[in-house]
Design a protein around this ligand. Structure first.
Ligand code: NAD
Length: 499
């Protein structure tokens, strides 16, 4: 046994009471978000009424307050949006890469200029803390636009084959957990490569997409290059199955992703799927434990655990289990849950009643299966959708909370003794999106990364996303990459990509 192992085994958390800090409220100004009472569809550069008279409400999940009525797009509206995208495709794809890059730079700069407005709107519509929208979602979205603006005139040198061509009209469907960021992840590479798009935001979070539509007008983006239609699953299905869509990019649940893959088989349409995950966050006994605890918290409680790559399974080496769990619990007692617009808030609201119901039922199952449930003392607001950060210890490897994606602030803790056992347990999932490893040994880090079946493996960190780095999954987490040079391949046709 190494000296480090001996030391960590005997280390205990000193029995010092965690100071309880009182924070005065520090709310961001709600008025920064100008929410209209109703929204139409964004087709051919204009806000238009849908063909039918259907609409749906979007609410603030932290209060259940009604925010706006949003147009429900039907098949006729999707036809119109695809026709606008088709008409725009010719001139847009013929434009020089430098010109397309200029538009993307303009969108990036406008987004950065209006960052506060976007951050407030996103927090109100989604329930996520302003700290996250302000410091992560909006700046990362702008960074993706800047990054792809830089690629637009360099595609011939991207190593993807000679003179790669755009695919045509991209039909894109996104989820609610990072509404703006997912929108930009889809739009930026598509436009940089010369495609036009019809995109549908999730039904519970359409507002930042509609604000982005305003940005497209402000940037004088040619009409039809970006079309945004709102609605639920049926609207998404109409985009996916549309005969004049050349490429489908879907981010969402594995169940819907599988149905789309079945439907498109043999259609000749290009497809990328970014689906669910159940990431292992593996902590070895030589890891810097305090740093690892921060990574565990960030891994699963960031964005209320509504993160496809969330580190929802903590695999901790048996001899440091008690130490890690003690430190983790202490850290969780300091997290503040509440008003998403308060700058002190760490944990915001659950995005919808439906998602809250799913989390609650899986947590009940976890308890029934013998897991030991713990949450810090934490008062939940009386209205809105809330769930306290939750840790399960004593979780069996085949327990449903160790296997299924909960998509909420719930961590399942499992143990291992050897690196081989860690790999076997980490890979014991139908998913393969991400993983984290905490160790001071570089050689062990590489050994683990070689064996973990995950699209991304973070080393002594977690949930780091960067536009230059490709992101995507294996197995039931989907296929295709977003971001980086690899992400361009999803929007280009070239001999090297078709072989
Ligand atoms: P979901 O599959 O229910 O919905 C996602 C989107 O698909 C929504 O816009 C929805 O309206 C639309 N949709 C629903 N049924 C459809 C159909 N039959 N055809 C076409 N579109 C349809 O998923 P969700 O609950 O909104 O999102 C959570 C899921 O998304 C989680 O599983 C999460 O892991 C995954 N996700 C993955 C990534 C990634 O990059 N891998 C990123 C974010 C979220």
């Amino acid at each position: 046994m190494s000296q480090t192992e001996t030391e960590t085994e005997t280390e205990t958390v000193p029995d010092v009471a965690t100071p309880t800090w009182e924070y005065d409220p520090a709310p961001e100004a709600r008025e920064l978000a100008h929410i209209r009472s109703s929204y139409g569809l964004f087709i051919d550069g204009e806000f238009v009424d849908p063909a039918g008279d259907g609409s749906f409400a979007t609410i603030d999940p932290s209060t259940e307050r009604h925010l706006a009525e949003v147009a429900l797009a039907g098949g006729e509206d999707v036809d119109r949006a695809v026709a606008a995208a088709r008409k725009a495709f010719g001139p847009w794809s013929a434009a020089s890469g430098r010109d397309r890059g200029r538009y993307l730079f303009r969108l990036a700069r406008l987004l950065a200029e209006r960052a506060r407005e976007f951050a407030v709107l996103e927090s109100i519509d989604n329930g996520k803390p302003i700290r996250e929208t302000r410091d992560i979602d909006v700046p990362t979205a702008a960074a993706h636009l800047f990054y792809h603006a830089g690629w637009a005139d360099k595609l011939d040198w991207a190593g993807l084959g000679p003179q790669p061509r755009p695919l045509g009209v991209a039909g894109q469907v996104i989820p609610w957990n990072f509404p703006l960021l997912m929108l930009i992840w889809k739009i930026a590479p598509a436009l940089a490569c010369g495609n036009t798009v019809v995109i549908k935001p999730a039904e519970t979070t359409p507002l930042s997409a509609m604000l982005f539509a305003e940005l497209c007008q402000q940037a004088e983006l040619p009409p039809g290059v970006v079309n945004i239609v709102t609605g639920a699953g049926e609207t998404g299905a109409a985009i996916v199955s549309h005969g004049d869509v050349d490429k489908v990019a879907f981010t969402g649940s594995t169940a819907v992703g599988k149905a789309i893959q079945r439907e498109l088989a043999g259609s000749g349409k290009r497809l990328t799927l970014e689906l669910g995950g159940k990431a292992a966050n593996v902590v070895f006994d030589d890891a810097p434990i305090d740093q690892a605890v921060e990574g565990i918290v960030d891994g699963i409680f960031f964005n209320q655990g509504h993160v496809c790559c969330a580190g929802s399974r903590l695999l901790v080496q048996e001899n440091v289990h008690d130490l890690v769990v003690d430190k983790l619990k202490r850290r969780l007692e300091t997290l503040r849950l509440g008003d998403p617009l308060d700058k002190n808030t760490d944990i915001g609201a659950i995005n919808s009643a439906e998602q809250l119901e799913r989390i609650t039922s899986l947590v009940d199952i976890g308890e029934a299966e013998g897991g030991e449930r713990w949450s810090p003392a934490c008062e939940l607001p009386s209205s809105g959708f809330w769930f306290a950060p939750t840790v399960f210890t004593g979780v069996g490897a085949s327990s449903r909370i160790a296997v299924e994606e909960i998509f909420g602030p719930v961590l399942s803790v499992l143990t291992f003794r050897t690196p081989e056992e860690a790999v076997a347990k980490a890979n014991n999932t139908p998913y393969g999106l991400s993983a984290g490893v905490w160790t001071e040994k570089g050689s062990r880090m590489f050994w683990m990364a070689d064996r973990l079946e995950a699209g991304v493996v973070w080393a002594n960190t977690f949930n780091r996303l960067d536009p230059t780095s490709p992101f995507g999954g294996y197995k039931e987490s989907g296929f295709g990459r977003e971001g980086g040079r690899h992400g361009l391949a999803a929007y280009l046709a070239a001999p090297a990509l078709e072989g």
